[in-house]
Design a protein around this ligand. Sequence first.
Ligand code: SF4
Length: 333
Amino acid sequence: MEVCGGQTHAILRWGLDQLLPPVVRLIHGPGCPVCVTPAACIDLALKLARRPDVVLCSYGDMLRVPGSDPGQDLLAVRAAGGDVQLLTSPLQAIALARRHPDRRVVFLAVGFETTAPATALLARQAKALALPNLSLLVAHVRVVPAMEAILADPASEVQAFLAAGHVAAVMGTRQLEQLVERHRVPVVVSGFDPAELMAGVLEAVRQLEAGEARLSNAYARVVTPEGNRAAQALIDAVFEPADRPWRGLGVLPQGGLALRPAYRHLDAAALEPAVAAGDDSDPRLCISGRILRGLALPPECPAFGGACTPQRPLGAPMVSSEGACAAYHRYRR
Ligand code: SF4
């Protein structure tokens, strides 16, 4: 299983899956932060975005992810008059908060350990500047607990992981070594270009054929055992690991990040009463829960390419530029 959606897109883009012998099957993992943000979190963002005193901002793909009501996403709220803004960097929220002193700016913060440092920087700046009108709706997730959950699923067929190179660049490889020790499964840190991905697959196959299970780094030009200590320190200063629901995977122990007490005054969730968590799967025909757990491929979904396309997505994996369904649709599998 390649964990990262960016790797899934690269594999399909370059046709690597078609070059491999049938005995090697690539299963696509839950490594798309947009796809795994739970519907209850989107519902809360929608509720906040409808308030006239709120400016809701986030990354582009998040604006099209449906909540529990399939017809409702942040773009629909914007079309109905809500102030929903697209950011390319979390720090842009500071300028927004200064531009709208009479309103509350809420940043919907999603992503793995790769984007959490930038959110942490935003939190630190907001605190240092004592900005009274900036809040964070935090939906950051941690990758290793998701890999643990996949291995714990009796239906899982995963025999080896290609670990996400960007996450390992930030977090280092030690957490992954512990995963290997606990589960005796090969884990190969891989990059994103065709040669790096194929080197990762080759290393995983070699280990499986030799009956070995080791942590191996096939992305050594970027990833070190200790990772990016400055980024880790930023995450650690602002966030603490917390149980968190993932769309399609349920609540994962220590599966996400929550604001530490010193930063909880920034928590946008406190602005609205909790949104009742409903059914957290995508609607009707959508089998995104099975796709995110690697139990099905997008073309196995009855809606793929028909009722569900990137222009009219039914579920998050078709919305996101890193989603598996979007990859299969784009590269015509
Ligand atoms: S093709 Fe669409 S409906 Fe089917 S699983 Fe993917 S996102 Fe859901």
